[in-house]
Design a protein around this ligand. Structure first.
Ligand SMILES: Cc1cc2nc3c(=O)[nH]c(=O)nc-3n(C[C@H](O)[C@H](O)[C@H](O)COP(=O)(O)OP(=O)(O)OC[C@H]3O[C@@H](n4cnc5c(N)ncnc54)[C@H](O)[C@@H]3O)c2cc1C
Length: 392
């Protein structure tokens, strides 16, 4: 993708959704010459997908399902892809029985005998109404002991062990505020998301990124850490040893950028175990959560997501959460947001303030969890402000 752009107006670090959307906007709407620097050997960030050895389309960094109520994010991406209509369903494996998650009226009828399930359903519908999400905290406070018992069932069989594995916590370390928000969905809708727009890019995420970055004002430099080309000297930015006065958007980890000089920001990482089987289907659902046993949190079978047809082979992925140590090759996936860690992040953020026109964008650079739609939206907003500033 090398192009003959002699001088860059903007440098963007990271070719995930944050960096790619910003690069396209600045190049197209802002008419800027953009250099997009990516340290991996491919574009797409954590949304990258590729064919595995069996020819099955897999999501290398975990299963990604697009869902949003943000029309702007959906419409923007629709310029670069068509969509496969896919409504994700997740089941919880509770001692071998697969029940819809979030726990809903269908789950209710699978775990209780019919008379009790009918009675509980009637109480839920009369008290809270259909299509409502009720938290287990609300149910615990309900005057009916049977609804409090239901809350306890969901806490123990759907939430507790899964959350312990995900975050590496003992039960008493789990934030009560998180527990309080666990939902029971008073509905027969088994879909994991209820958003207006849902789907998977028809040809995959990587072709979407290829289209988005295919613009004469964008040059992509792979296998390059931004630190190899960008320096911070005497309060100014240097690009390949020369002062750089253009816009810089950084979407990587800010502690790494500053060589961990204030300490390391804590994250959870994941080990992914891919397995290919000589069968058409491994499981009935896109994702099965292991909520009461196993060391992995969930198994995803990719053909459900992609719609790919292969009668002889299928590939699944098991996810093992771990503490992130910063070891070579480990990827920080989930920021661990609490007052101490957010405070450390804020100190790093302030270090960047002295650099003019230097912007932090994305799940790593902002040390917060973003869904894909939310980071697309945020990247569009940042681009708006940068382009507007130029125009006024
Ligand atoms: C397991 C998992 C499942 C998920 N599933 C969903 C889902 O189903 N739906 C959904 O909406 N969202 C999902 N997400 C969230 C989604 O991955 C993020 O919204 C998205 O990755 C954010 O994009 P980003 O550009 O901020 O970060 P990334 O995609 O991580 O991109 C950052 C890029 O910057 C590069 N980089 C970092 N440092 C440097 C450097 N120093 N120099 C050069 N390049 C650098 C990285 O290599 C990477 O390519 C999931 C996340 C995880 C962890």
């Amino acid at each position: 993708m090398t192009k003959d752009i002699e001088k860059y107006d903007c440098i963007v670090a990271g070719a995930g959704f944050a960096g790619a959307v910003a690069a396209r906007e600045l190049a197209e709407r802002g008419n800027k010459k953009v250099l997009l620097v990516e340290k991996r050997s491919h574009i797409g960030g954590n949304s990258y997908d590729e064919l595995d050895d069996a020819g099955i389309l897999i999501h290398k960094y975990g299963p990604h399902i697009f869902h949003t109520n943000l029309a702007r994010a959906y419409n923007y991406l629709s310029r670069f892809t068509q969509w496969r209509d896919y409504q994700h369903e997740v089941a919880g494996n509770v001692y071998g029985k697969l029940i819809p998650v979030p726990f809903n009226l269908n789950s209710l009828h699978m775990v209780y005998e019919s008379e009790k399930a009918d009675r509980l359903e009637k109480m839920l519908v009369e008290t809270y109404g259909m299509e409502k999400k009720v938290t287990i905290l609300e149910l615990k406070k309900d005057e009916s002991p049977e609804l409090a018992e239901l809350a306890d069932y969901v806490y123990r069989n759907v939430f507790l062990y899964y959350t312990q594995k995900q975050w590496g916590l003992a039960p008493e370390e789990i934030d009560p505020a998180v527990t309080a928000r666990v939902p029971v969905f008073v509905s027969r809708d088994n879909r994991y998301f209820q958003d207006t727009y849902q789907g998977i890019p028809k040809d995959g995420y990587t072709p979407l990124f290829e289209k988005m970055l295919d613009h004469p004002n964008i040059e992509v430099l792979l296998n390059t850490d931004i630190k190899d080309v960008l320096g911070f000297e005497g309060g100014g930015l240097m690009f390949r040893g020369m002062p750089f006065s253009g816009t810089v958007i950084f979407t990587g980890a800010v502690d790494e950028l500053f060589d961990y000089r204030l300490g390391q920001l804590p994250y959870r990482t994941l080990d992914f175990l891919f397995e290919t089987y000589d069968m058409e289907w491994f499981q009935k659902y896109g994702t099965v959560n292991y909520t009461v046993d196993q060391d992995y949190t969930r198994i995803t079978e990719f053909k459900h997501l992609s719609g790919q047809v292969n009668r002889n082979k299928t590939t699944i992925m098991k996810e093992y959460p771990r503490a992130y140590t910063g070891a070579e090759g480990q990827i920080p996936y989930y920021s661990i947001n609490n007052p101490a860690n957010d405070g450390l992040y804020e100190e790093y953020r302030q270090l960047t303030e002295s650099f003019k026109d230097f912007h932090l964008l994305g799940r790593l650079a902002e040390y917060k969890y973003y869904n894909m739609d939310a980071i697309v939206f945020r990247a569009l907003q940042l681009s708006d402000s940068l382009i507007d500033k130029e125009e006024h």
